[in-house]
Design a protein around this ligand. Structure first.
Ligand code: AMP
Length: 404
């Protein structure tokens, strides 16, 4: 089915053709007609399935057909995202898709001066993409009003809940007009997500895309078992031995990322740390340089697992396994995007066993194991139990800093 059959008009179809989007992905085929028809939608879609366009395209279509003038400080559509990076990524997609339309958009995130955001809002913004914390600040300062709002999107709702944004979201939603259209997207429609939907979305049509082979990112996953104190040497070895040109390396802590960067540098490998302790401006600059290939290796904490969309990112390395199994899925989703081939390598030591069980249980299968000569672990890593359920999700505090 071509995009032209979905009810989108020529300026949008042109922009899609220029981006080399030929066929709508399954989530787009399902969501676009429903959103155009004014339905409330709750969609389960993994990252990398094209879910952003599935809500942005019909929103653009509806706004472009609007006659009503937008008043100052008003917004027609609001998209809430869990991280700054994702907000910026979504807003960039809007700009690309709206290339031939007169539609304004703004990413409103924390960590940067709010004055330019206030200025941008003065004449109204058609589509506002925001993280919850900054948006609430702006609402309290009366820099933005929602009496002209038509559409609300909660993007990556599961992640917003994991990050503790529930109270902020409730406060925001309470101030929105009741007759709006509401859309919610989430990697999983867990009980908590459905509970959120109950209070924010009436009569939602539920859609989901299964991991169909044409739709799922093509990611080769493997585990390398290694002793914890050998991980840094193993990483340097793999980079040099295989002449890697690029990798996004995930590590648990800010301190760990700085340490690993200096260990790599001692071995002649230039790398940069990406974490919440760096200013938003330097995070943006670093991403730009990484995308341009000027920085080859980025050592990131979990904050980077969403919202980084780098064409042709060929490799993700989990230097540490994440505490939350869902984060594994999101991290590896940074590669293999839009049908490209990607590789996800995880270093696993005995200490990682519990997280490994949770991850392999979550994805429903064991991940292929490898050993590298010279790095065979002295402490064996047992084979996972596949029906493992972590005792408590509380206390996995790497998202304690929920400031947006
Ligand atoms: P998303 O799941 O929204 O993060 O999208 C994942 C990637 O797929 C992004 O790089 C999009 O630009 C790309 N994409 C989205 N829809 C399509 C499509 N119909 N055809 C080709 N690429 C697409």
């Amino acid at each position: 089915m071509p995009f032209s059959k979905l009810g989108l008009s020529t300026p949008i179809l042109h922009a899609l053709a220029e981006l080399n989007y030929h066929t709508p992905s399954p989530i787009q085929q399902q969501a676009i007609p429903l959103v155009l028809a004014g339905k409330n939608v709750m969609g389960a879609a993994q990252t990398g399935t094209g879910k952003t366009a599935s809500f942005v395209l019909p929103i653009l279509e509806k706004i472009s057909q609007q006659g009503e003038d937008l008043r100052g400080k008003r917004v027609r559509a609001l998209i809430l995202t869990p991280t700054r990076e994702l907000a910026q990524q979504v807003e960039k997609n809007i700009v690309d898709y709206a290339k031939h339309l007169e539609i304004s958009s703004l990413a409103m995130v924390g960590g940067v001066d709010s004055e330019p955001q206030k200025q941008a809002l003065i004449y109204g913004i058609d589509i506002l993409v925001a993280t919850p914390g900054r948006l609430l600040d702006m609402m309290y300062q009366r820099a933005v009003h929602f009496d002209q709002l038509e559409t609300l999107v909660l993007d990556e709702a599961d992640r917003m809940l994991d990050m503790g944004f529930i109270d902020d979201i409730t406060k925001i939603v309470d101030r929105l007009p009741g007759n709006r259209q509401s859309l919610l997207f989430s990697a999983t429609l867990s009980k908590q997500v459905k509970a959120l939907a109950k209070t924010t979305i009436n009569d939602a049509v539920e859609i989901s895309v299964s991991n169909h082979i044409d739709n799922a990112p093509k990611i080769d996953q493997c585990l390398i078992t290694v002793d914890k104190d050998k991980k840094s040497a193993l990483l340097s070895h793999l980079i040099k031995e295989n002449d890697w040109q690029q990798a996004l390396i995930f590590i648990q802590t800010k301190h760990g990322s700085a340490k690993l960067v200096s260990q790599l540098e001692k071995r002649g490998i230039a790398a940069e740390a990406f974490h919440s302790g760096r200013s938003q401006a330097s995070r943006n600059k670093l991403l730009e340089n990484f995308k341009a290939g000027e920085v080859k290796f980025v050592v990131a904490t979990g904050i980077a697992s969403r919202g980084i969309d780098i064409d042709e990112l060929s490799r993700v390395v989990n230097y540490d396994l994440p505490d939350q199994a869902d984060d594994y899925v999101h991290r590896i989703g940074r590669t293999g995007r839009a049908g490209a081939q990607g590789e996800a390598i995880s270093f696993v030591s005995r200490d990682d066993f519990r997280n490994l069980c949770a991850i392999e249980s979550r994805i429903g299968h064991l991940i292929e194991r490898k050993e590298v000569e010279g790095f065979v672990p002295t402490k064996e890593v047992p084979v996972s139990i596949l029906n493992y359920k972590p005792k408590s999700k509380k206390g996995n505090g790497h998202y304690k800093n929920r400031k947006s």
